[in-house]
Design a binder for this molecule. Structure first.
Ligand SMILES: Nc1ncnc2c1ncn2[C@@H]1O[C@H](COP(=O)(O)OP(=O)(O)OP(=O)(O)O)[C@@H](O)[C@H]1O
Length: 724
């Protein structure tokens, strides 16, 4: 396709406009300059309008409690306005808009659905497609309107903005020109046009896109609103009701897609999702710190972010299981063992219930009691709800007797008194005893007969023995629970009472979830949808998934589509090729990725002095822009950090994303999902040797580099790498 990078007047008008364009300063047609100046003026106008919107929200916030009728409304309003003020913050370094659409006046196209979010309360957008003919719209981070309410910038999530990401020469959707803006800091410095109507399309050849992708990385993760690719946009804008699983090689934008999808859904279904909540689950704290700023930068400040362990807070984790014990506790058969153990507490009634009530004495015989228990059991309610249902039914029978004997119907106080009457509670304790989650798991760990009966035909005697191994305290409270115990206790809690779920859950690095962890997330998304993100090749947990279908079944979304992402935005082609040598040894079936980056460098070197070579390499890397990540086997990290400190090189840790130091020393087991401009991998053989799925870990480690990868080793490289 002919190149764009032109002024809006036509494809022949090649324009080189800004500092970030190599050709800047040469051959600048006046028309291009005029357009640039006009765009800069539009930016200034939009910034001023945003400032006004924020000032207005601040003023409302200040006076909110005076206009609200009562304390509750005042608090609600206050919270709403304070969030609105935060949302309207202008970040001077982030462009307020990044694109512009010129729509066809003659051939009104436009989005399939009319403008505006699906729910009331979202920002307004100009009306349906027919109104857009010949119009020009700027697309940016958030909706900005002038004093008359006319949009100066459309939110990137608005239906109309979709055209910016999706229109192509083949399917123009009414777009005549798509313009992308180049920024330097907060300053608009260039633009690039694609006259779709004239057959011009840049796709990934766009210089502004390339510059964005190749920009050296520093600090926390950034949003990608300006450059979301069509296949990513398709996932971001999937309906709220749709659950999806994204299988993507390292750096294909899975995390970015998940976070932007959360922001998109919140925009479109603001009220519903504010009630139910959106949750992002990530692999560890360093990762959560790394991604924490993305959603707030998109104006979304109310999304919960947690690790799976962080979700399971019923008991503190103070013990570590032996690997075989942990693996067994994460096995999905445990779900059935626990279900049986809970159900096993429901017993047949053996005696009638007799209750004294003043001068009356009520009696419920065995037959109706049997019926009550059986009927309630068949309803399949959570156990604790079932217990209350049985109580209510017993009281109901007492009530009928009372009504038959007395002329009037007994009141609420009577019903409550009967419900708490000692014979009623004693009956419940006999047939449907109250349970706690940790109490039940403690019982299974301490009573071989109870475990044997629940695990009959499911777990071998040896496995039962294994489950009971390790120290258990005399009471649940006195027991030091492991992370796997916490998952099982959460499973029991879910059998006792249904937890409140989220409207949408994004799960990153999902290949590492065990079946039991998947179930913990399923309980929290039962009535919502999920976006599952992962890469089977990066599975490092002992129970890592080999097949997405299985994970999806455990997550309660067996029919979700598995969608591949195959274009890599992080790792340069030369590094991808090197890391891909490991793929055949990883025993997973994943589509190969293709890197967009042709610019990187790879240096694999045998050295004699690892710390010395690392220091020298880091010093050299500091000569370039961007972050430097030194990645080594966990037990080598302290030594390398000390060597760097002794050499006068300041370092930070992976979870300190705002650190001033550009060098981070990271343990191989903490680096999942992170990226550094220059990565120095120290002694791959030690990384592989450190754990059973060490080759998968090495694959993760080698794919963290954005620009350059250096591999330093004294021991021979692991076999799959050495070949080729
Ligand atoms: N459309 C895009 N435009 C610009 N940058 C992008 C785009 N998509 C992804 N990126 C960038 O590529 C890098 C990798 O993205 P991300 O971390 O989301 O990938 P991932 O698939 O989750 O990787 P991993 O599997 O290694 O965790 C990030 O720096 C991200 O900002």
């Amino acid at each position: 396709m002919p190149a764009a990078d032109v002024a809006a007047t036509g494809p022949a008008d090649h324009l080189a406009t800004g500092r970030d364009h190599p050709a800047a300063g040469r051959d600048q047609p006046a028309a291009g300059q005029r357009h640039l100046a006009a765009e800069q003026a539009h930016l200034a106008r939009s910034r001023a309008a945003l400032r006004r919107m924020r000032e207005r929200a601040e003023a409302l916030y200040a006076t909110g409690d005076r206009v609200a009728g009562d304390a509750y409304t005042a608090e609600q309003l206050g919270r709403h306005l304070s969030r609105r003020v935060t949302e309207l913050a202008d970040r001077p370094d982030a462009p307020l808009f990044f694109g512009r659409l010129t729509l066809d006046p003659a051939e009104p196209g436009g989005p399939a659905e009319p403008g505006g979010p699906a729910e009331p309360g979202g920002p307004a957008e100009p009306g349906g497609p027919a109104e857009h003919g010949g119009q020009v719209y700027h697309v940016g981070r958030r909706h900005v309107a002038d004093e008359r309410g006319e949009p100066l910038v459309l939110d990137w999530r608005a239906p109309l903005s979709r055209l910016f990401y999706r229109a192509s020469v083949r399917d123009r959707q009414g777009v005549v020109v798509r313009r992308r803006f180049g920024f330097n800091g907060g300053e608009l410095t260039s633009f690039e046009d694609e006259h779709l109507a004239l057959g011009e399309e840049l796709g990934t050849a766009s210089r502004i896109l390339t510059a964005e992708i190749e920009r050296p990385r520093v600090g926390p993760m950034r949003d990608i609103v300006a450059t979301i690719q069509p296949e990513q946009d398709e996932l971001v804008r999937a309906d709220l009701a749709v659950s999806i699983c994204v299988q993507g090689a390292p750096g294909t934008g899975k995390t970015a897609v998940g976070l932007h999808r959360a922001a998109y859904l919140l925009y479109l279904h603001r009220e519903r999702l504010r009630r139910t909540g959106v949750l992002v689950v990530g692999p560890n704290r360093a990762f959560l710190a790394y991604i924490a700023a993305v959603l707030p930068a998109l104006g979304e400040v109310e999304v919960a972010q947690a690790t799976v362990e962080g979700l399971l807070t019923r008991v503190p984790v103070r013990a570590v299981d032996a690997p075989a014990v942990a693996a067994l506790k994460h096995d999905v058969r445990l779900a059935e063992v626990l279900r049986r153990a809970v159900d096993g507490h429901i017993a047949e009634p053996t005696e009638p219930v007799m209750v004294s009530d003043g001068s009356f004495r009520w009696r419920i015989g065995l037959d109706p009691l049997h019926r009550i228990v059986e009927e309630t059991r068949r309803e399949g309610l959570p156990y604790a709800t079932g217990r209350e249902r049985v109580r209510a039914r017993v009281v109901g029978l007492l009530q009928r007797q009372a009504e038959a004997r007395r002329a009037e119907s007994p009141g609420d106080a009577w019903l409550r008194r009967m419900g708490r009457a000692t014979p009623v509670t004693a009956f419940l304790d006999a047939v449907w005893p109250a349970l706690t989650a940790e109490g039940l798991w403690h019982l299974l760990r301490t009573d071989p007969a109870v475990l044997a009966s629940a695990a009959d035909g499911l777990l071998s005697p040896d496995e039962q023995e294994l489950l009971r191994s390790g120290r258990v305290g005399r009471t649940p409270k006195a027991t030091r629970w492991s992370a796997a115990d916490a998952v099982l206790i959460d499973e029991v809690a879910g059998l006792l009472e249904r937890p409140a779920g989220f409207g949408h859950v994004v799960v990153d690095e999902a290949q590492d979830l065990s079946p039991m962890q998947c179930r913990a997330i399923a309980r929290r998304s039962e009535h919502g949808s999920v976006t599952l993100l992962g890469d089977l090749a990066q599975g490092t947990a002992p129970w890592a998934a080999a097949d997405w279908r299985e994970s999806l079944a455990h997550l309660g979304k067996p029919d979700a589509a598995v969608v591949p992402l195959t274009v890599g935005f992080r790792v340069p082609a030369v590094v991808v090729e090197f890391a891909n040598r490991l793929l055949p040894a990883l025993a997973v079936d994943v589509p190969p990725a293709e890197s967009l980056r042709r610019d990187g460098a790879l240096d694999v070197r045998t050295v004699t002095d690892l710390p010395g070579a690392t220091v020298a390499e880091v010093r050299a890397a500091l000569g370039h822009d961007g972050s430097v990540g030194v990645i080594a086997a966990d037990d080598a990290v302290a030594g390398l950090r000390a060597a760097l400190t002794d050499a006068g090189v300041a370092t930070s840790t992976a979870d300190d994303v705002e650190a001033a130091e550009r060098v981070t020393v990271v343990a191989a087991t903490d680096v999942k999902g992170l990226e550094y401009d220059h990565v120095v991998v120290v002694e791959p053989a030690a990384i592989v040797a450190a754990e059973p799925r060490g080759l998968h870990r090495l694959y993760v480690v080698l794919t963290r580099a954005v620009s350059r990868l250096t591999v330093l080793h004294t021991a021979p490289l692991p076999t799959p790498l050495a070949g080729g």
